[in-house]
Design a protein around this ligand. Structure first.
Ligand SMILES: Cc1cc2nc3c(=O)[nH]c(=O)nc-3n(C[C@H](O)[C@H](O)[C@H](O)COP(=O)(O)O)c2cc1C
Length: 211
């Protein structure tokens, strides 16, 4: 099968398969603060790290453009210069999903989903207390990829990680973070997810950088 993305339904499948092909994607469960101090929480699976020295991450809000008002997580990161990436887990899956419902900026998804908040150390937005890993981020910049011929906005918001929280229960006796201890969620296509429940190790060829 081959198709070009702009060609409507050329693939002949009931749904556009693109997101199922770029999968699994990690999920950033972003907590941020509005300029008015309201806590916002939302998941983003167009998310990843682009470097580790220094650690830099991005999330990509798609949908409304600046004329319509960008998504709250993006607006808050840009206006306040800070956000926190929390890792959603198998246990937290339903509450994570609840926080993706469209809500007006004055409503806090954290309250609606009954999420406990904890103070961050270096940034003002709180982290999600039940999340085993949280990355405190300082906003760096936003890139924009306007979708031709539509009013749709596609943005990529970058932040530098300035503080990392790890639940001690996620760390093995030999000091390694073990994802099977907290089962992070990943997004697949459609309405599908994966949770990391099994891993394997494979040392790199000699001469290549080891962890
Ligand atoms: C698992 C999951 C992943 C999502 N990933 C994205 C994403 O990468 N980009 C995006 O624009 N919306 C994504 N969404 C939808 C947003 O969470 C949703 O639009 C939310 O209302 C945005 O909230 P905010 O305006 O408070 O930032 C995702 C939803 C779910 C459930």
């Amino acid at each position: 099968m081959f198709f070009e993305p702009g060609q409507h339904k050329q693939h002949g499948l009931p749904h556009n398969p693109f997101k199922a092909l770029v999968a699994p994607r990690p999920i950033a469960w972003i907590s941020s603060l509005s300029a008015e101090g309201i806590v916002n929480v939302a998941p983003y699976s167009f998310y990843n790290a682009v470097s580790d020295q220094p650690p830099i991450v991005f999330f990509a809000p798609n949908g409304p453009n600046r004329a319509e008002g960008v998504k709250d997580s993006q607006r808050n990161a840009e206006e306040t210069g800070e956000f926190v990436v929390n890792v959603p887990t198998w246990e937290l899956r339903e509450r994570m999903n609840e926080t993706s419902a469209p809500m007006p900026p004055e409503v806090s998804e954290a309250e609606i989903a009954g999420l406990k908040l904890a103070e961050s150390r270096l940034v003002k937005p709180p982290r999600l207390a039940e999340s085993p890993v949280s990355l405190e981020c300082r906003y760096l910049q936003t890139l924009e990829f306007p979708a031709e011929g539509t009013m749709r906005g596609n943005y990529v918001v970058f932040g530098q990680v300035v503080g990392l929280h790890i639940d001690e229960a996620a760390v093995t006796e030999s000091g390694l973070v073990d994802p099977t201890r907290y089962k992070p969620l990943a997004r697949l296509g459609y309405m599908d997810y994966a949770a990391v429940k099994e891993t394997f190790s494979m040392p790199r060829p000699s001469g290549a950088q080891q962890p």
